[in-house]
Design a protein around this ligand. Structure first.
Ligand SMILES: Cc1cc2nc3c(=O)[nH]c(=O)nc-3n(C[C@H](O)[C@H](O)[C@H](O)COP(=O)(O)O)c2cc1C
Length: 223
């Protein structure tokens, strides 16, 4: 890549103005609850070729009050909430165990859509974590034992040595058990926004808010 073409690529990356298409999101089109609506959009994202449509950016609050974000993969969704798996002793794990407030976004850019949820995350039942861990490839199970997620390590070699030590520890054992510090969180939302990009930046934004006494209220907010 020449300097000129690199500069042109940078200019284009920073200035591109995409006018989102003709798709719309009307009150009459959405389901009665956010989980049904989300599931329909997730299936559509998968069908329409979104890469890792279950990837979501998760925001938490560190003990000092600072926000912190990262991507995780959604592994389950139903009327109880959005489920993902991680290391409970990681930065996000510690943050959530101290303060369950959470927000997340599914950024489906190629569809001109995003879904944003706000709520609380709580650890899932131990049996659910056991079952999900048991279904993972052995390499991922070994990695979970070998990585104290978010902690510093001296080198890549030191990490690979930890993997070799773990492999040796479980050599000959058919089942790798779940490390106690690894498991799931379920995000229980009180607010879920469905965003559909539209032409001239007049996007559709429909928000489900948990109603007092149960059920959901739908509200349109300005783009
Ligand atoms: C596409 C993608 C999917 C990821 N999925 C997960 C996941 O499901 N669980 C997880 O713990 N980390 C996942 N990660 C890594 C996290 O983004 C992050 O680096 C890690 O969890 C440590 O975050 P923390 O230090 O903020 O706790 C994923 C990263 C990417 C880019």
């Amino acid at each position: 890549m020449t300097d000129d073409s690199r500069d042109e690529a940078l200019r284009s990356a920073l200035r591109t103005h995409t006018d989102y298409g003709a798709e719309r999101l009307e009150e009459a089109d959405v389901a009665a609850d956010p989980f049904t609506q989300f599931t329909a959009w997730l299936a559509e994202a998968a069908e329409r070729g979104v890469y890792e449509p279950n990837a979501m950016v998760l925001g938490t609050i560190d003990p000092d009050g600072a926000p912190s974000i990262r991507t995780v993969l959604l592994r389950g969704v139903d009327e109880r909430g959005f489920e993902f798996y991680t290391d409970y002793t990681s930065r996000k794990g510690r943050a959530l165990l101290a303060n369950p407030a959470v927000s997340l976004v599914f950024p489906w850019y190629t569809l001109h859509r995003q879904v944003i949820a706000f709520g609380e995350a709580h650890s899932v039942e131990r049996e659910a974590s056991d079952a999900y861990f048991a279904a993972r490839p052995r390499g991922a199970q070994i990695a979970a034992w070998s990585s104290d997620q978010s902690q510093p390590i001296a080198s890549r070699e030191a990490l690979e040595q930890k993997v070799r030590d773990t492999e040796q520890r479980f050599e000959g054992e058919e089942v790798v058990p779940r490390p106690e510090r690894w498991g799931g969180f379920r995000v229980v939302p009180h607010r879920v926004e469905f965003w559909q990009g539209r032409t001239s930046r007049l996007h559709d934004r429909l928000v489900f808010r948990a109603a007092v006494g149960g059920g959901w209220e739908l509200e349109r907010i300005q783009p």
